[in-house]
Design a protein around this ligand. Structure first.
Ligand SMILES: Nc1nc2c(c(=O)[nH]1)N[C@H]1C(S)=C(S)[C@@H](COP(=O)(O)O)O[C@H]1N2
Ligand SMILES: [Mo]
Length: 415
């Protein structure tokens, strides 16, 4: 990894919370699974020439809120940027740190009982980067969104205690992903009709949490979804896939929670019997009073959300007409309708939709608002998707804080 600059250290430590010093990451220590927001900013450590940042790209505070190894996109930084999230502003969710992968040495390895001849990892079917580039290419417009996006509102709106990164609504981005269909690669690798589950695995460091090594980041992908619309992506918004987003190749699993879209893909086990991983059993299920002890079924599809392209606590001038802008999205279907309330939910007005929306990606919207009186106001936006689902007033508690879909109250000051 590149040596860290002074500026990089300041960026990495300048966020709302820091899970661990950058120096510890350089020594191969794990990141905390659950960074806790700390209100006290500790002084920046002396920059060390060997220290590395868990995220490679610059994270200017006007674009990102940093939580340890993760960086959230600020929605006010998307105003006027166009439909797709620019690569430079796309959120990053790293369990440990962005690894350096040499394309020259890189191979995608497929193995397991779900392939003809049941190859082992040692005798795996391999593809070079160039071989993947030479296969028929497709472009897919879809969001990648963390299952925990919106988690902080369980606490700030509902008064509940949940663990995990305290995201607002910016752990989501929409891009044009270029790559090859996973089904194409599976066919060429000799997919057997007996295959039921895949286990794609990343090349980043082992994830260690609470003193337990869970191994490399991986998550089960059922064969039905794998053959439906999943791609192996090597391009993002017309550029080579950036290091932080999975270079050289990542999975893109449309409409499903972000953990399905494994970055820095190294190998895929294809199995004729069901597979599991800690990312299917202890994480990415709903746990809590309303759920069985082992949790819900593993989470798949995303829910419906809406966000204003405004800073938290933004100031707006009284007696002037403002154009409120925002985005709404759903993993369940296309967004059909967006309504906004400026009176705490007593009355709602339809926002104008600016995009032809499809499932798994957002629609931009806007609506004029002329506040007359100075004071604090909460802006509310709620979307209805093609399944008829409208964002509710509250989301039932789950202790890991996944799939928050309730209407978010966005504070602004009219002055
Ligand atoms: N190998 C690997 N893949 C991964 C992760 C990771 O830490 N390692 N994080 C996952 C999670 S939880 C999310 S939300 C998305 C985030 O993708 P992004 O960083 O490109 O925005 O990547 C997923 N793929
Ligand atoms: Mo995630």
């Amino acid at each position: 990894m590149a040596p860290m600059t002074r500026r990089g250290v300041l960026r990495a430590t300048g966020g709302a919370a820091l899970a661990l010093p950058a120096v510890a990451l350089a020594a191969g220590s794990p990141a905390s699974a659950q960074p806790v927001a700390s209100p006290t900013a500790s002084p920046s450590p002396t920059p060390s020439p060997t220290a590395v940042s868990p995220i490679r790209k610059p994270l200017p505070p006007e674009w990102f809120t940093v939580f340890g190894t993760n960086a959230e996109t600020r929605f006010d930084a998307l105003a006027g940027t166009g439909y797709y999230t620019p690569n430079e502003r796309f959120f990053v969710r790293n369990h440990t740190a962005t690894p350096t992968v040499e394309v020259r040495d890189w191979r995608l390895r497929l193995f397991g009982s779900g392939l003809r001849g049941a190859p082992t990892l040692e005798s795996a079917v391999t593809f070079t980067y160039q071989q993947l580039l030479d296969l028929p290419a497709v472009t897919v417009s879809t969001a990648i969104e963390c299952a925990g996006n919106g988690r902080s509102f369980f606490t700030t709106q509902q008064g509940q205690t949940v663990s995990g990164t305290a995201w607002k609504l910016g752990a989501v981005g929409v891009a044009r992903w270029r790559g090859v269909r996973l089904s194409t690669v599976l066919e060429r690798a000799g997919l057997s009709r007996a295959a039921v589950d895949l286990l794609p695995r990343g090349l980043d460091a082992d994830f260690v949490t609470g003193g337990v090594n869970l191994g490399r980041v991986r998550r089960v992908l059922p064969i039905g979804k794998a053959l439906d619309d999943v791609i192996l992506a090597y391009g993002m918004n017309g550029e080579q896939l950036p290091p932080d987003h999975g270079f050289p190749v990542r999975l893109v699993v449309p409409s499903w929670i972000g953990i399905a879209s494994i970055k820095w893909l190294g190998d895929i086990e294809v199995s004729a019997t069901p597979l599991a991983s800690p990312w299917d059993t202890q994480y990415y299920r709903l746990f809590g009073p309303d759920y069985p002890a082992e949790g819900s079924a593993p989470l798949t599809r995303q829910v419906t959300k809406s966000a204003f392209e405004l800073g938290w606590g933004a100031q707006l001038a009284a007696g002037r007409t403002h154009r409120l802008t925002g985005r709404s999205w759903s993993g369940r279907g296309a967004v059909r309708k967006v309504e906004v309330s400026v009176d705490g939910g007593s009355s709602w007005r339809r926002a104008a939709l600016r995009d032809q929306c499809g499932p798994g990606r957002w629609v931009r919207w806007d609506l004029p608002w002329r506040p007359e009186q100075a004071g604090a106001v909460q802006l509310l936006a709620r979307a209805t998707d093609s399944t008829g689902t409208t964002q509710p007033a509250a989301t039932p508690l789950n202790t890991l804080g996944y799939l928050f879909d309730a209407v978010v109250r966005h504070p602004v000051t009219v002055a």
